[in-house]
Design a protein around this ligand. Structure first.
Ligand code: B16
Ligand code: MG
Length: 213
């Protein structure tokens, strides 16, 4: 097997937390007095919390209306709403093929890493009871630069001492695929081809990936 490490994005790859991010942002938008649709939420996927807030405020026509301090309070407010959902999250919300893939990787001695923009990643892994599978967890608390910058993936590989060409990244966002490809990692897009054209492989879920190819 040519890969020595699999690096997994969290939201959209291991669990569908996007719906809870949406509900959290929607509650904030409701309070601020504008509507926010599921379709508009697509643009907020995969980017950092503060970048998502900036986009949300632009959507609501409030792009320049608030100070940095006010924006930080709003981001914290949204995170409070989001955590109400996350604290209810259970193993049954793991996406298809995740546990089986981790078990196969363990047997084949392929290292397992998390590369997520979320600052809530560790809590989510705990709630899903999959934290023990990870050799390294790199999340939004550790990186300075957001995807499409590859920092979240290179930090994972560097900590494990594995060269980038031996890493395979599983990602549902275009920015994440760009990040993986920029440093020569194999990029597996999870989702529909039309959104993920630059991926080396496209799968509907992580269990579909053929490790031996
Ligand atoms: P938090 P991922 C990303 O997770 C989400 O896709 C994105 O929608 C969210 O804004 C970002 O985490 C930050 O999340 O507010 O929990 O720090 O796809 O990189 O696993
Ligand atoms: Mg994602």
């Amino acid at each position: 097997m040519k890969y020595r490490c699999g690096i997994f994005d969290l939201d959209g790859v291991l669990v569908d937390t996007a719906k809870y991010h949406y509900l959290g942002w929607k509650k904030l938008a409701d309070r601020l007095g504008f509507s926010f649709t599921v379709q508009q939420n697509e643009a907020l996927k995969g980017i950092s919390r503060m970048a998502a807030l900036d986009l949300l405020l632009e959507i609501g026509g409030l792009g320049d209306a608030f100070s940095q301090q006010e924006k930080e309070q709003m981001a914290a407010e949204k995170n409070g709403y989001y955590l109400e959902y996350i604290n209810q999250l259970g193993e049954e919300e793991l996406l298809l093929g995740v546990t089986e893939t981790f078990e196969r990787m363990r047997k084949a001695r392929i290292r397992i890493a998390l590369g997520s923009a979320s600052k809530n990643a560790r809590l989510i892994l705990k709630r899903l009871h999959i934290e023990e599978y990870f050799d390294v967890v790199i999340d939004g608390n550790l990186v300075k630069k957001a995807k499409p910058d590859p920092e979240v993936f290179t930090m994972s590989a560097d900590r494990l001492g594995i060269c980038y060409s031996q890493c395979v990244v599983f990602e549902d966002s275009l920015a994440g695929l760009q990040a993986a490809k920029a440093v020569g990692m194999t990029a597996v897009g999870i989702g529909e081809r039309e959104n993920l054209r630059i991926a080396d492989y496209i799968c509907r879920n992580v269990g579909e990936f053929v490790w031996e190819q």
